[in-house]
Design a protein around this ligand. Structure first.
Ligand code: ZN
Ligand code: ZN
Length: 286
């Protein structure tokens, strides 16, 4: 049987819905051969979306319990989605990674600090993004975007990060119709290119997330031209849905697989539980 996986999934342990066992059961029913559980890792500031630090050990135990429950039927991989901000390197290493996880998805959901001194969310609302551009970048969206891709590039050597999550989501979510910038603009292409080259150099995996389609955007994360550029530069990719409910587990998978085929990704990254590491495997045909 061909393999098919999703390494980016949420449950009620963070800002998603459903038990981890329900997420895994949905994966099995959808024909997945592996599923990575990747709750939002704890953060040292008030945040309703993340696992509370004092739940982290219980979360880990629960994933391992469900792994045993489903042994021989579907591989359950123990992960986290890490807020991979430069300021959180030490916190992430000491408080989260020290417990032991198979992998993490490193994501950039924040940029700069708000007036309360807390990380400024890129994805909370249209108005919050507009305020960020206005108040921290004096209306210069190019400066924001270039800084965003610098943060993405830094994930090339961020501790514990195997997969780089939704690399263009932070700057694309509120840019429908090219409202802030065109993706064809040379400076945008150059910013993405610098990040991809940095990630290629250390073998980081970039996810193709169907979450963009779920949010009603015309494209997944990242845009198809970036998926193609990953292929050109030898950046390994994997296919995820960033699901927040068991019903979203394989949302738009056939469309994403078609895009990977169109862009000549003959192989994508797969976690090998026996080796505890990532390797390339043929692109699933399902
Ligand atoms: Zn995310
Ligand atoms: Zn996520």
């Amino acid at each position: 049987m061909a393999w098919l996986a999703n390494y980016h999934t949420h449950s009620h342990w963070c800002d998603g819905e459903g038990e981890i066992a329900e997420v895994v059961a949905a994966g099995l029913a959808a024909g997945l051969t592996a599923i990575g559980i990747s709750s939002h890792a704890p953060v040292p500031f008030p945040a309703g979306y993340a696992l509370p630090l004092d739940h982290l050990r219980a979360y880990r135990d629960e994933v391992l319990r469900v792994r045993e429950l489903y042994a021989g039927r579907i591989d359950v991989i123990l992960g986290l989605e890490l807020d991979a901000l430069p300021e959180l390197r030490r916190f992430n290493e000491e408080q989260a990674l020290a417990l032991g996880f198979d992998y993490t998805v490193g994501s950039v959901h924040f940029q700069q600090l708000d007036d309360a001194g807390e990380p400024w969310p890129l994805d909370l609302s249209d108005a919050r993004f507009a305020a960020l551009v206005r108040e921290r970048y004096a209306g210069n969206v190019r400066a924001l975007v270039e800084e965003h891709y610098e943060r993405i590039a830094e994930l090339a050597d961020y501790p514990g990060v195997a997969i780089v999550g939704h690399i263009d989501r932070g700057v694309k979510l509120w840019n429908a119709g090219g409202r802030y910038f065109s993706e064809d603009t040379p400076w945008y292409r150059a910013a993405v290119e610098r990040a991809l080259r940095a990630l290629a150099a250390t073998g980081r995996i970039v996810e193709l997330s169907t979450g963009g389609w779920r949010r009603g955007l015309p494209d997944p994360f990242p845009s198809p031209w970036i998926v193609r550029r990953c292929r050109d530069l030898g950046v390994r990719m994997t296919l995820n849905s960033d699901s927040h409910h068991p019903s979203q587990l394989v949302h738009e998978y056939p469309r994403a697989l078609a895009l990977l085929r169109e862009t000549c990704h003959g192989e994508i990254a797969r976690f090998d539980p026996a080796r505890g590491d990532w390797a390339l495997a043929p692109l699933p045909t399902a």
